[in-house]
Design a protein around this ligand. Structure first.
Ligand SMILES: [Zn+2]
Length: 233
């Protein structure tokens, strides 16, 4: 996996600024898997999407991730540090599940999330999502609440093998809770922070030396930093 070049990172940030989380996830996935078509990327299960985005993140920003979260009971802020390379090695699971009545389901993907996003009714969205994911769907299936509950819980259990669940215990009040790491959201925040910093650097060097954005982004990090030190002191 190649690191994101600065001009590519700025392009992703620019395109994703006005997008929702699913579309941003697809933008990141497209950068992680440039050889794949948009359609193929949208069909990738969310767990596999997150793994590909994490590989891109490790190549671009390194394998350590530092984050913050707040205790849901008392609000105390907690910092955490993750070894993403180790987490990537652990994230595996079967591609589909089969329930007792013989129905088989694949894992939801980005195209599914986009398709059901128009529903205001959570139950209707869940029903459509599971119908889309059913591999041997037929008109006689009775999508009863019990069947929906069973499939939802089985998919959630299966997805937990792919998702990164973090367990916390609050040092202030003793509350224990689990959080699922929002991989696409966290990496997007890092892309946005890096994008803002790159524009600051381009702005400073363009003002001082009169270079174009393209010329400044073509400089290596070391050379750009050296020029920044000279023009800012
Ligand atoms: Zn607490």
């Amino acid at each position: 996996m190649n690191a994101l070049a600065d001009h590519a990172l700025l392009g992703i940030w620019e395109h994703g600024a006005g997008c929702g989380p699913v579309a941003r996830g697809l933008l990141l996935l497209g950068a992680a898997l440039p050889e794949e078509s948009q359609e193929r990327c949208a069909e990738l299960p969310i767990g596999a999407r997150d793994a590909a985005i994490l590989k891109l993140r490790c190549a671009t920003f390194g394998g350590r991730f530092s984050g913050r979260t707040n205790c849901p009971r008392c609000g105390e802020e907690h910092e955490f540090d993750l070894d993403l390379v180790r987490l990537l090695a652990e994230a595996t699971g079967p591609a589909e599940i089969e329930i007792d009545n013989g129905l088989r389901f694949r894992m939801p993907n980005s195209a599914d999330l986009i398709a059901v996003a128009r529903h205001n009714d959570v139950d209707a969205a869940a029903r459509q999502l599971l119908q889309r994911c059913c591999l041997n769907v037929h008109p006689e299936i009775d999508w009863s609440p019990a069947l929906l509950d069973e499939v939802e819980s089985r998919i959630a259990l299966r997805e937990s093998a792919d998702y990164i669940e973090l367990g916390f215990v609050c040092i202030a009040c003793g509350e224990a809770w689990d959080d699922r790491l929002d991989v696409a959201g966290c990496v997007w925040e890092e892309i946005a922070a890096r994008g803002r910093r790159l524009l600051d650097e381009v702005h400073a060097l363009a003002m001082y030396y009169g270079w174009s954005e393209q010329q400044i982004l073509a400089l290596s990090d070391i050379r750009r930093e050296a020029y920044l030190q000279r023009c800012l002191t």
